[in-house]
Write a protein that binds this ligand. Structure first.
Ligand SMILES: *Cc1c(COP(=O)(O)O)cnc(C)c1O
Length: 500
């Protein structure tokens, strides 16, 4: 299968799309044609998570031999996950379930894609005959960085460099990054927000290194959710969620289910939308935002306007005003021409608008909603009180939107709804303590112990381990210094690889 850019007709192989991340015209890659609906309960009812993933991914990466893909998937979704189900679906009552995507190495849903992505990328490197080392550049709002670092650490032929907003992540997220292990990794805080980091990284991609700066030894690639190697592994878990719901009897074989996704860069929900395109019976698809509700406003008004105040919230992975993957959805709704124009307007003026016919199509595919900090905190405690279920702040935003739309009648009551649970609550000790109404004090690790004591929910070993690990990467730099930082690292890699 060939891949094409959202902004022009440029087509490339899957290997090229994986290696480049971003298309030369600034657009994002998508399959030339989405596969016709192919998922079927009859065929897949006994599939394990690994079998589901291999089957779904095989349709998007047709050049990767079946056996090879099966091996990648087995390695990616093995013992690094705490549960054999990989994404367990917990039905809380007849109206909703939680799809728990936080049982991987870093306790966030990004582990699902980033456990597999390094295998896809090293396959692509070989398939493209690329002898240079791949330097993964990643801007993170918190969770991507750590998941990418864990995915790529000590993977042969690769290096990874991660930038995170120094003041925009939780103390545990900061520890996760500053204490990262691995010989091929670099992590650096920046004075700025996620959008600053992402813009700087995109600018570096747009101006390749000269040979003397390392260009003869190093090529850049991205682990951000714009890479197709991030997107398609996420499609697989929506198919898995469906199979799980039917198997547990939470829905019937012919029934649909709604999905509510806490959204930032729009990667997770886009995967759900693609899952529906390939036949997963998803009914309503709800895009939930926090106080940075650019998307929810767009769904309501047809205008995407990033010229607004940026809010730091307790759901930092949703503190995003430019949702990169939204460009892909727009492409399907409006075509390459209008998408390219909109993206130009967004970068030049910070705003674009879509005509009524496009908005009508969008309205049929997706619903938006948002919740403020007060609503998020309120549902986190009420759900804990009522069901004994502790949600992380991102998941709580999704739940708050769900409950709001249900009250308004926008979400049909007769259809089972899945709330996508994107992080372990213990990644965010303070909001979680508030939700459980436990008073905690001391270091983040003390707080987790007190929480565990009070709630009976154990501290995941991935988090507990961090407490005594040494800080390896304590630097914070100005956002203007990102390009030079990367150049210096590329130079070091070049030297180490012995290029004269
Ligand atoms: C990344 C992330 C999100 C947002 O996902 P997108 O794919 O960027 O929309 C939501 N919640 C958590 C915990 C995350 O890490």
């Amino acid at each position: 299968m060939k891949y094409r850019s959202t902004r022009s007709g440029e087509t490339v192989t899957a290997a090229e799309a994986l290696l480049r991340g971003l298309a030369a015209d600034g657009g994002l890659y998508l399959p030339e044609k989405l596969p016709a609906p192919f998922v079927s309960y009859e065929k897949m009812q006994d599939f394990s998570y690994q079998e589901t993933a291999a089957y779904v991914l095989g349709r998007f990466f047709t050049e990767i031999p079946e056996e090879t893909m099966a091996a990648f998937v087995r390695k990616a979704y093995g013992p690094s996950f705490e549960t054999r189900d990989i994404v367990p679906v917990r039905t809380i009552d007849e109206s909703f379930s939680m799809a728990e995507m936080f049982h991987g190495r870093t306790c966030a849903f990004k582990d699902l894609a980033l456990s597999l992505f390094p295998y896809l990328l090293t396959w692509a490197k070989e398939a493209a005959g690329e002898a240079r080392r791949v330097l993964i550049l990643t801007a993170t709002s918190g969770d991507t960085g750590k998941a990418a670092l864990e995915g790529f650490r000590d993977v042969p032929g690769t290096n990874i460099c991660v930038f995170y907003p120094s003041h925009g992540v939780s103390p545990l997220q900061k520890d996760q990054m500053q204490k990262q292990e691995g010989e091929n990794v670099r992590v650096c805080g920046i004075e700025g927000n996620f959008d600053d980091a992402q813009s700087a990284v995109k600018a570096i991609f747009a101006s390749p290194l000269s040979a003397e700066d390392g260009g003869d030894a190093v090529i850049f690639s991205s682990a951000n959710s714009i890479n197709i190697g991030r997107l398609f592994p996420q499609v697989a878990y929506y198919v898995w969620i469906w199979l799980s719901l039917v198997r547990s009897g939470s829905i019937g074989q012919k029934e649909t289910f709604n999905v509510v996704v806490p959204t930032g860069n729009f990667g997770n929900i886009l995967a759900a939308w693609i899952a529906r395109k390939i036949g997963t019976p998803i009914g309503q698809l709800v895009c939930a935002s926090n106080e940075n509700h650019v998307l929810s406003d767009f769904f309501a008004t047809g205008t995407y306007d990033r010229r607004r105040e940026f809010h730091l919230t307790k759901s930092p992975s949703m503190d995003i005003l430019i949702s990169s993957n939204f460009e892909r959805f727009l492409y399907y709704m409006a075509g390459a021409r209008q998408t390219a124009d909109a993206m130009r307007a967004l970068s030049e003026e910070g705003v674009y608008a879509m005509p009524a016919d496009v908005m009508a199509r969008i309205g049929e595919e997706m619903t938006g909603g948002w919740a403020d900090e007060a609503a998020r905190a309120a549902v986190a405690s009420s759900v804990y009180e009522k069901y004994g279920y502790l949600m992380d702040p991102h998941t709580a935003v999704a739940y708050a939107v769900y409950s709001d739309l249900r009250r308004k009648g926008t979400i049909s009551r007769g259809t089972h709804t899945v709330i996508v649970s994107t992080a372990h609550p213990y990644k965010f000790p303070d909001p979680s303590a508030e939700a459980a109404q436990v008073s905690v004090s001391g270091s983040p690790y003390d707080r987790l112990r007190q929480l565990a004591e009070a709630t009976g929910i154990p501290v995941p070993p991935q988090l507990a381990r961090l407490e005594d690990a040494p800080v390896r990467f304590g630097d914070t730099i100005a956002k203007e210094a990102i390009a030079d930082y990367v150049k210096a690292y590329a130079g070091e890699i070049r030297k180490a690889s012995g290029v004269k």
